[in-house]
Design a protein around this ligand. Structure first.
Ligand SMILES: NCCCC[C@H](NC(=O)CCCN)C(=O)O
Length: 396
């Protein structure tokens, strides 16, 4: 057996030997769901654990509930494995971020064990704890703070109903559409009022009709966040909150133009004022072809079979993929339930999710070790070449 294959075995064995600890971490996070930027419990148990396992830990890293746990030396390849751990309001860990946290910590442990095999670490592994993927996107804050500087590759794996190495993750924009009308008594003198709720309903309906003309991969979905105060007051304020999505930033700006048109049309029709507030969003994920081909080979060798299905949500990992060569595979946790549903919450906490999560952690760890392997410098050069080519044609 080559020395490097021995290291790969050590990584896998370390993950297997830590299975019980890792399951406890996942269960602890799952049973204490915390919203984005408030993940204090998850932050504590992950940082305490990684510190105990010999990582140099920085708690509250640029954000209250972010962390950096790092091991190794500078000058070699620097691999980042990412943890997420925020939950959704009301439905808990319905996106399985407890498993993303487990998978990131597990991959980090495996990589570290392999690196320290003969006492001389080669390169660096960082487990990065990133808050609020379901919120404003903690990775975006961390990018702005320079947390990804000097990293060569970033990776994570996301629970799902299928196993997809390179899922579509769309560019996304959050938008608030606010209508202002004029209040009046809705029974005594309704003709004196200007109805902001009617404008919002017309806008909502126009967007729904417009959907027929959207490309299949484009998405527009929203809710009413204000529909007036009382039935006998003509609503003077109404508000819609929308997410707009498309595979690229260019396509997203076309979607935005159409939605703004619907809002302006509703304003004209009702005599309301309309303001459209762009709240920012996430970039699409740009998967690095060299890294994903290594990942696919390593995962296949462990018996992973890939599905044809592709998700089309969005993630702040997209923003990371514009600053560091990245992968964001998704994997089957033994359910057909949709993410963001109550059955998916149950699946993310079930024992059946454990084996596939550990297989993903091993696949990430072995992928990282292939990139770090002395003599494999051409691999890193190819990763960088891909990245430069991809970024030449893309804008975050
Ligand atoms: N600020 C809201 C962000 C919503 C992100 C959310 N992410 C996911 O569901 C994860 C899917 C991974 N691709 C979404 O609505 O897409």
């Amino acid at each position: 057996m080559t020395e490097w294959n021995k290291r790969k075995q050590v990584a896998q064995a370390k993950i297997d030997a830590s299975a019980s600890d890792l399951n406890n971490i996942s269960q602890e996070i799952w049973s204490h769901p915390e919203l984005g930027y408030e993940e204090h419990h998850a932050h504590k148990i992950l940082t305490d654990y990684l510190e105990k396992k010999g990582f140099e830990v920085t708690r509250n890293y640029h954000l209250d509930t972010a962390f950096k746990a790092t091991y190794g030396t500078d000058g070699g390849v620097h691999v980042c494995v990412i943890c997420e751990y925020d939950a959704l309001p009301e439905i808990g860990h319905a996106c399985g971020h407890n498993l993303i946290a487990e998978c990131g910590a597990a991959a980090g442990l495996g990589i570290k064990a392999a690196m320290e095999l003969d006492g001389t670490p080669i390169g660096r592994v960082t487990v990065l704890g990133t808050p609020a993927e379901e919120g404003a996107g903690g990775k975006i804050d961390l990018i702005k703070a320079g947390a990804f500087q000097g990293m060569d590759v970033a990776m994570m794996a996301h629970p799902y109903a299928y196993t997809v190495p390179q899922p579509v993750a769309l560019s996304m924009l959050e938008m608030k559409i606010h209508f202002t009308g004029l209040a009046s008594h809705a029974s005594a003198v309704p003709w004196e009022g200007v109805n902001a709720l009617d404008a919002a309903v017309m806008c909502y309906n126009s967007i729904s009709v417009m959907r027929q003309q959207l490309k299949p991969e484009w998405r527009v979905h929203g809710i009413f966040t204000n529909g007036g105060a009382k039935p006998n007051i003509i609503p003077e304020e109404a508000e819609l909150f929308y997410y707009l999505r498309a595979p690229t930033q260019e396509a997203l700006s076309q979607v935005k133009k159409k939605v703004v048109g619907c809002a302006q049309g509703a304003a004209v029709a009702t005599g309301c004022e309309c303001t459209v507030k762009d709240l920012g969003g996430f970039a699409n994920v740009v998967t690095n072809p060299t890294v994903i081909s290594i990942y696919k080979r390593e995962a296949s060798q462990m018996g992973v079979v890939f599905d044809d299905n592709s998700g089309s949500g969005s993630t702040d990992m997209g923003n990371v993929s514009y600053v560091v060569p990245s992968i964001h595979p998704m994997y089957d946790i033994g359910t057909m339930a949709a993410n963001h549903s109550r059955p998916f919450t149950a699946a993310a906490g079930a024992a059946a999710a454990q084996p596939p999560t550990l297989v993903q952690a091993k696949s990430l760890a072995l992928t990282a070790l292939e990139v770090m392997k002395p003599g494999n410098e051409e691999v890193l050069a190819n990763i960088k070449k891909d990245f430069a080519l991809q970024m030449g044609g893309a804008k975050a």
